[in-house]
Design a binder for this molecule. Structure first.
Ligand SMILES: Cc1ncc(COP(=O)(O)O)c(C=O)c1O
Length: 348
């Protein structure tokens, strides 16, 4: 099975032709922004959100408009914001599910309706949804993960993902974006040509990693994923308990997924601390603990990581993934893979 075919199957019965392989989800974000960008366009991003989107947008001269995630409503999307912010130049609405940094999971059980409403709102404002599912399946609360692609018959969905989080191999730089568009509302020959041209210049992941992907996906056992979820949940429980013991901070929403938890500061109980930036700065200076302040608008929340695999050696990938790469190298499996993923090798 080809890498594109394998990834298509992983995401349901998606045709491999609709899967594009990238160097991590970061490159999927950059590519998506480049292929969607046009003069005077704008994109709707979640707040709080993941800063790479705004960075990539600025590189492509795409205006960023932020819609709010509502903490009192389990960090769901403020759909009214979307209706107000979108116009005929809106190229996409970005959602991150499971959420970084809020730890929310929009799910088929608990908020199936919410995902559907996001798709319907996107359709009403005549745009598509970019669903960042880099934390896909990393849901350890009561809400199981639901892919946004399920709603692509309402409006086209571009799903972004990677092996970084679920397989715990962020440094291997293997990601993808997938076009979920059963009604071919987005997937015109012009768009496909644009993606292929862009693929020509971006350069993708190393060929020996590409060659290993089918085996990594086929042979990673369920207990590896269960173990990661168990560890994330355990870390979250420890974080949550300790946070609740400290009078000047609390955690109004206990994460259900991803690798983060948002902490709220009660600045009135803190002496000489004006806001989140000030808190993080003083904590680093006094305790050598570095925390990430949130975006500019919410001055009272900070973000804690509960298990980013890049930061913890206790998170290790599966032997199946290691074996797959060794096999790819030893058996020269990587010959026949193109450094421009998805396109045939040019110098056979
Ligand atoms: C929401 C989100 N999207 C994308 C990425 C980038 O993923 P990758 O490491 O595969 O480039 C991250 C990484 O932390 C992320 O949190």
């Amino acid at each position: 099975m080809t890498i594109r075919g394998t990834l298509g199957l992983l995401m349901g019965s998606i045709d491999g032709e609709d899967v594009y392989v990238t160097a991590g989800c970061t490159q999927a974000i950059e590519t998506t922004m480049s292929i969607l960008a046009k003069p005077h366009c704008n994109i709707l991003l979640p707040r709080p959100g993941y800063p790479t989107y705004a960075l990539c947008a600025s590189l492509e001269n795409v205006e960023v408009r932020y819609y709010d995630l509502v903490p009192q409503n389990n960090w769901q999307v403020n759909l009214e914001d979307i209706e107000h912010l979108a116009d005929q130049n809106t190229i996409a609405i970005v959602i991150i599910n499971p959420g970084n940094p809020c730890g929310s999971v929009y799910s088929i059980v608990y908020s199936y309706d919410h995902l559907k409403k996001i798709a319907e709102t996107a359709k009403r404002v005549k745009t598509l949804v970019v669903a960042d599912e880099v934390y896909g399946h990393l849901a350890f609360g009561e809400n199981p993960f639901t892919p946004m692609g399920l709603f692509s018959s309402i409006t086209p969905v571009l799903t972004l993902g990677s092996l970084s989080k679920r397989w715990l191999i962020p440094g291997w730089r293997l990601g993808w974006f997938v076009i979920n568009d059963p009604n071919c509302a987005f997937k015109s020959p012009k768009i496909i040509e644009r993606i292929n041209k862009y693929s020509d210049i971006y350069g993708g992941p190393a060929t020996f990693i590409q060659a290993a992907v089918p085996k990594i996906i086929e042979s990673t056992k369920e207990d590896f994923f269960m173990n990661t979820l168990k560890m994330l949940k355990k870390n979250l429980d420890i974080c949550y308990e300790r946070i609740m013991e400290i009078p000047c901070i609390n955690c109004p929403y206990k994460s259900q997924g991803s690798m983060f938890v948002m902490v709220k500061l009660n600045t009135t109980l803190l002496q000489d601390v004006s806001d989140d930036m000030d808190f993080c700065y003083k904590l680093a200076k006094e305790e050598s603990v570095i925390l990430l302040p949130d975006d500019e608008r919410k001055k009272e929340v900070i973000l804690l990581g509960i298990g980013d695999p890049t930061a913890h050696s206790c998170f290790q990938t599966t032997n199946a993934a290691k074996d797959a790469v060794v096999e790819s190298l030893l058996l020269d499996k990587f010959n026949g893979y193109s450094p421009i993923p998805g396109l045939p090798t040019t110098r056979k």
